[in-house]
Design a binder for this molecule. Structure first.
Ligand SMILES: *[C@@H]1O[C@H](CO)[C@@H](O)[C@H](O)[C@H]1NC(C)=O
Ligand SMILES: *[C@@H]1O[C@H](CO)[C@@H](O)[C@H](O)[C@H]1NC(C)=O
Ligand SMILES: *[C@@H]1O[C@H](CO)[C@@H](O)[C@H](O)[C@H]1NC(C)=O
Ligand SMILES: *[C@@H]1O[C@H](CO)[C@@H](O)[C@H](O)[C@H]1NC(C)=O
Ligand SMILES: *[C@@H]1O[C@H](CO)[C@@H](O)[C@H](O)[C@H]1NC(C)=O
Ligand SMILES: *[C@@H]1O[C@H](CO)[C@@H](O)[C@H](O)[C@H]1NC(C)=O
Ligand SMILES: *[C@@H]1O[C@H](CO)[C@@H](O)[C@H](O)[C@H]1NC(C)=O
Ligand SMILES: *[C@@H]1O[C@H](CO)[C@@H](O)[C@H](O)[C@H]1NC(C)=O
Ligand SMILES: *[C@@H]1O[C@H](CO)[C@@H](O)[C@H](O)[C@H]1NC(C)=O
Ligand SMILES: *[C@@H]1O[C@H](CO)[C@@H](O)[C@H](O)[C@H]1NC(C)=O
Ligand SMILES: *[C@@H]1O[C@H](CO)[C@@H](O)[C@H](O)[C@H]1NC(C)=O
Ligand SMILES: *[C@@H]1O[C@H](CO)[C@@H](O)[C@H](O)[C@H]1NC(C)=O
Length: 399
């Protein structure tokens, strides 16, 4: 109880200490550069460009040298705001569930900054908050429909922000002078670690672990490690009770695709970068000559994918039933496997180039189907057969 009282007193004193710095003009426009590498970025639409011409609401956080630098950008003539809600009780001076809102707004064509608390859609300005905010910069530009701002949070409370999860929201609304209209929540996340630039980048964890033992792997080059940094293309399949579980990875800006051919019909699974927003998309097709004809394969489920923000890399995982909904007669699990890639324009696909070709039908249900031992075994058995034929021919001659 006493400790708590002391904490409250300290908190109150902390509140007395900090008043906001006066904003200055924004030095450099806000961009996505270093998103996912040195800063954590959130936006709506996903991956939108705050420096582009289309509507984009964006915020980032970067922890460096004990200073958390926050950026907020929005295509609005009112205000754009970042809301942080503490999700643990360890985030003193914010208790679990407490939130703080940082507002960047347009006051008759000039910039203003405001911290606020939120109650439903209503934002209530607070002029002194427990977080010391410095270096506020902001601008209202482009016919007053783009607001950008950045500021720093520093101090002994910085531990608040390191490695602790906050729910993050982006809010917008109208202004009348510096009065804030009701807020609309246009983006919200579950808990994000503000100190980790990758905390909202889904990681599919595609590795070579289990290749040849629990999963059948198709690397386009012998040293290809999909979890590494080098350029390569990789796919794997695991079969379990009438299901295939696929992984696909490629260092490409357009799309990476897996082709499964049986009886001259190639079903193609495509994981691509929608170039209009650098978003992941999944598509199925059949390969008809050199091009892809989009076709729905209804037996695909549980597809997930990522377009890395920091690297030319597309990865996806998906499951299918072992028989597809068209063209693959017979229910055996042997297919000729290809890995392909191509360009994308939006979600339009350029013609594929083949990067890997198994050349023969491979049993996808056998993780060891391509193991050196099994291929040398078949080579040995082929030699034995040839020898046997030669011997029998010899025998015939001798007779
Ligand atoms: C992301 O980019 C930064 C800077 O360009 C680089 O230092 C970092 O290694 C990259 N991370 C990955 C995973 O490629
Ligand atoms: C808030 O964002 C939404 C979605 O982009 C937009 O439709 C709306 O006009 C914005 N409101 C303001 C006041 O800018
Ligand atoms: C803006 O605020 C002023 C002063 O409070 C008020 O008189 C006016 O009606 C408000 N305008 C709008 C559009 O709400
Ligand atoms: C703002 O939100 C409050 C609470 O939901 C509501 O009572 C009020 O009518 C709203 N104001 C406007 C202008 O929409
Ligand atoms: C944080 O977000 C998650 C997922 O949206 C939600 O379940 C949780 O209640 C939120 N926590 C707080 C403290 O708002
Ligand atoms: C990635 O997968 C491997 C096994 O394939 C596992 O050992 C490892 O713990 C996983 N890593 C993460 C971060 O999930
Ligand atoms: C996809 O397949 C994998 C491996 O068989 C399995 O672990 C996973 O549960 C499957 N996903 C779904 C949604 O069935
Ligand atoms: C996705 O496409 C965009 C637009 O062409 C490009 O800037 C981005 O680098 C691509 N992403 C990857 C992972 O290659
Ligand atoms: C299979 O495809 C090849 C090359 O496209 C073609 O030459 C051949 O006639 C096809 N065979 C059948 C049975 O359709
Ligand atoms: C394949 O392409 C040819 C020529 O472009 C077209 O006539 C044919 O209908 C296509 N087949 C399928 C199954 O789409
Ligand atoms: C695939 O299915 C979706 C949803 O049913 C439909 O909108 C789309 O046109 C279909 N695409 C093709 C190529 O048949
Ligand atoms: C991408 O598609 C758009 C719309 O279909 C087209 O106008 C544009 O020329 C295409 N870009 C390239 C590089 O092919």
């Amino acid at each position: 109880m006493e400790a708590r009282l002391i904490a409250v007193v300290l908190f109150v004193c902390a509140v007395c200490h900090f008043t906001e710095a006066q904003p200055t003009a924004l030095n450099t426009p806000i961009t996505r550069t270093t998103c996912g590498s040195s800063k954590l970025c959130v936006s709506t639409p996903g991956n939108c460009d705050p420096s582009g011409n289309s509507s984009c609401f964006f915020s980032s956080a970067q922890l460096s040298n004990s200073v958390l630098t926050v950026e907020i950008s929005g295509s609005t003539s009112g205000y754009v705001a970042l809301g942080l809600t503490a999700t643990t009780s360890l985030t003193q001076p914010l208790n679990q569930g407490d939130s703080v809102v940082f507002v960047c707004g347009n006051n008759n064509n000039s910039f203003f900054f405001q911290t606020a608390t939120q109650n439903g859609p209503q934002l209530t300005p607070v002029n002194t908050i427990s977080l010391p905010i410095t270096s506020i910069q902001g601008s209202v530009t482009a016919n007053q429909s783009l607001i950008q701002c950045t500021f720093n949070i520093s101090s002994q409370f910085l531990s608040t922000f390191s490695q602790l999860p906050f729910n993050v929201t982006i809010l917008n609304g109208t202004t009348n002078g510096t009065a804030l209209g009701n807020a609309t929540t246009i983006f919200s996340s579950g808990p994000l670690d503000l100190a980790n630039p990758k905390s909202n980048i889904p990681v599919l964890n595609i590795t070579r672990d289990g290749c040849g033992s629990t999963k059948l792997c198709f690397p386009n080059a012998s040293g290809c490690n999909p979890a590494g940094n080098s350029s390569c293309f990789f796919s794997s399949v695991q079969s379990k009770s009438q299901n295939f579980s696929f992984e696909l990875s490629g260092t490409i800006a357009g799309y990476v695709a897996l082709g499964l051919m049986k009886q001259n019909s190639t079903v193609v699974f495509i994981c691509g970068n929608d170039t209009t927003g650098s978003n992941f998309f999944f598509q199925t097709a059949i390969k008809n000559g050199t091009s892809l004809t989009l076709t729905n394969v209804t037996t695909v489920y549980n597809k997930q994918g990522v377009v890395a923000q920091n690297q030319t890399l597309i990865q996806c995982i998906f499951n299918t039933t072992t028989s597809f909904n068209f063209s693959t007669k017979g229910d055996d699990t042997k297919y000729q496997v290809t890995i392909m890639s191509g360009t994308t324009n939006g979600t339009q696909l350029g013609d594929p180039a083949v990067l890997y070709d198994s050349k023969t039908a491979i049993d996808l249900s056998d993780p060891a189907a391509l193991n050196p031992s099994s291929s040398s075994n078949s080579a040995v058995s082929l030699c034995t057969n040839v020898l046997a034929v030669m011997l029998s021919a010899l025998t015939l001659r001798l007779l």
